[in-house]
Design a protein around this ligand. Structure first.
Ligand SMILES: [Zn+2]
Length: 339
């Protein structure tokens, strides 16, 4: 088995010692889309000890262009991404302990996970979740690596608690926002590039070579041939509510959390019940069949097509309403069918 990682161990900054450290580390990846797939595969091939991968979505045909872990079969079966990812990752490296979680990363879970991991990899598609990750990272002293891409543009930054500025420090000072996959689309090399930055920084942290960290916010546009690396140390704020002296971790507060959200680029609204429920999908299938329309069920979710809208119901009660961006329209469709 030693041979498996021999080329990585020959690389002097990692060596035997670094590999040994990597093999004992646990990484949490939030999101199993394009960035999550790329990072998860790289970590598993590198011989990470444990991986927890969290995703709320399921595999669709439009994912296959850039989400490297998934196959046509996964899309046909509408497998949850976390499950499809785990299947593929286990086939790649069966020695890694992999936990697949089908869920929206909410505060209580994030707080629990953060206490058991060495690194959090951001592969989410929204800023709200990133700010929650940023707060748990500070609260539990776990480094995290921000990454985002859209079109041919990508951005990445490594946050080390008590050392670097956090994401909240950078808000308003550097162009972090404005990213949406809604209209701009995306090409896969932008994903690969961001994942390469994230993964390299991740390896440095896991192998214990913090001196080698980049310490810069890097961004690029592959199509326009642009690149920049900004030194952001001066932006660390003493009064930052997330990493400053008087911390309140504002993004962990309940009132700052949305329970209904429009999903980026999907013409889809997600609705999350206030507390987790366990849905009997088989019973629900019977009810929905009586309404007309088509129903498709697998062990993890139920998909219902009513013509105007399509709804996907997960076992934990979470619902995706496809075919609208209107929150109230989605809610009324939801309540009409599920009470
Ligand atoms: Zn801060």
């Amino acid at each position: 088995m030693k041979d498996r990682y021999s080329r990585q161990m020959l690389f002097p900054p990692i060596g035997n010692g670094g590999q040994e450290k990597i093999s004992r580390k646990h990484v949490l990846i939030i999101g199993a889309g394009a960035l999550g797939s790329a990072n998860a595969e790289a970590l598993v091939r590198a011989g990470i000890g444990q991986l927890t991968i969290v995703d709320r979505d399921y595999v669709e045909w439009s994912n296959l262009q850039r989400q490297q872990l998934y196959t046509e079969q996964d899309a046909e079966k509408r497998l949850p991404k976390a499950i499809a990812a785990k299947n593929r990752l286990t086939a790649i490296n069966s020695t890694v302990k992999i936990a697949a979680v089908i869920a929206d990363a909410s505060v209580p879970e994030l707080e629990e996970w953060a206490q058991n991991v060495d690194l959090i990899m951001d592969a989410t598609d929204n800023f709200e979740t990133r700010m929650m990750i940023n707060d748990v990272s500070q609260k539990y002293h776990v480094p995290w690596i921000y990454g985002a891409c859209v079109g041919s543009y990508g951005i990445s930054y490594t946050i080390i608690p008590d050392k670097t500025p956090c994401l909240a420090c950078l808000l308003g000072s550097v162009p972090l926002g404005g990213l949406t996959c809604d209209t701009a689309g995306i090409i896969s090399p932008a994903v690969t590039m961001v994942a390469a930055y994230q993964m390299t920084e991740g390896l440095k942290i896991l192998a214990g070579d913090l001196e080698a960290l980049r310490n810069r916010l890097v961004s690029f546009d592959l199509w326009k041939n642009q690149f920049s690396a900004i030194k952001v140390d001066p932006l660390k704020k003493g009064d930052c509510p997330s990493c400053g002296k008087m911390r309140s971790y504002p993004f962990l507060a309940f009132e700052n959390q949305t329970k209904t959200a429009v999903l980026c680029g999907r013409d889809t609204v997600q609705i999350r019940p206030p507390s987790p429920v366990v849905r009997d999908l088989a019973a629900l299938e019977k009810v929905l069949l009586n309404q007309g329309g088509t129903v498709h069920r697998n062990p993890y979710l139920l998909s219902y097509d009513a013509g105007s809208h399509r709804m996907v119901i997960f076992k934990d009660g979470r619902v995706l309403v496809h075919g609208t961006k209107d929150l109230s329209e989605a809610k009324s469709f939801y309540h009409k069918l599920l009470g």
